[in-house]
Design a protein around this ligand. Structure first.
Ligand code: HEM
Length: 151
């Protein structure tokens, strides 16, 4: 079960990044080109937020039970260990903030008075959310290294 969730969580990152980049590109071109906010734009933004929450859900399963990292890592190695601190604190905290930002962005763009403002709000909220996700994926640059494609 641990391996299944880990593989899903690992591949889930590519869905979040792919859909997130697409949402950001559509928001930017819609904003600057004053394009109408279409069903397609709405669908992509819903998919971005949806994939984020899916990652949070799988992440919670790893964090509170199955993973040797997450809470288990914190108990075993403590906050002084960089890997335990990353998966036990930094990764979960910032990723949840990013998922909330994407969700708040969805709400904000629904309330926006015009299509251009919808695109602008989507660009700002999704842009910050995506930046946080990029920072907190364990690429091995400043945080622990994990495989890019786990099989
Ligand atoms: C958009 C949100 C998220 C993305 C893109 C993401 C991405 C990743 C990636 C790429 C890994 C490395 C997987 C591997 O070793 O192959 C990972 C590990 C992990 N993530 Fe996330 N994550 C997200 C949110 C969360 C959240 C919210 C939690 C906790 C509630 C979480 C808990 C964990 C844990 C505990 C690990 C270590 C698993 C292990 O090695 O046993 N993640 N995450």
């Amino acid at each position: 079960m641990y391996q299944v969730l880990l593989i899903l969580h690992s591949w889930g990152r590519w869905f979040v990044l792919g859909v997130g980049l697409l949402a950001l590109f559509r928001a930017y071109s819609g904003w600057t080109g004053r394009r109408p906010f279409t069903k397609g734009d709405n669908g992509i933004s819903a998919a971005f937020s949806g994939f984020m929450w899916l990652q949070v859900l799988i992440g919670l399963g790893l964090y509170f039970g199955l993973s040797p990292w997450g809470l288990n890592g914190l108990k075993q190695y403590g906050m002084k260990d960089p890997t335990a601190r990353f998966f036990g604190m930094e990764h979960i905290a910032v990723m949840i903030i990013a998922a909330i930002l994407a969700q708040v962005g969805r709400i904000a763009l629904k309330k926006a008075p015009s299509d251009t403002i919808k695109h602008k709000k989507a660009f700002i909220y999704f842009g910050i959310a995506l930046l946080l996700v990029l920072l907190m994926i364990p690429w091995g640059i400043w945080n622990p290294a994990r495989p890019l494609f786990r099989l």
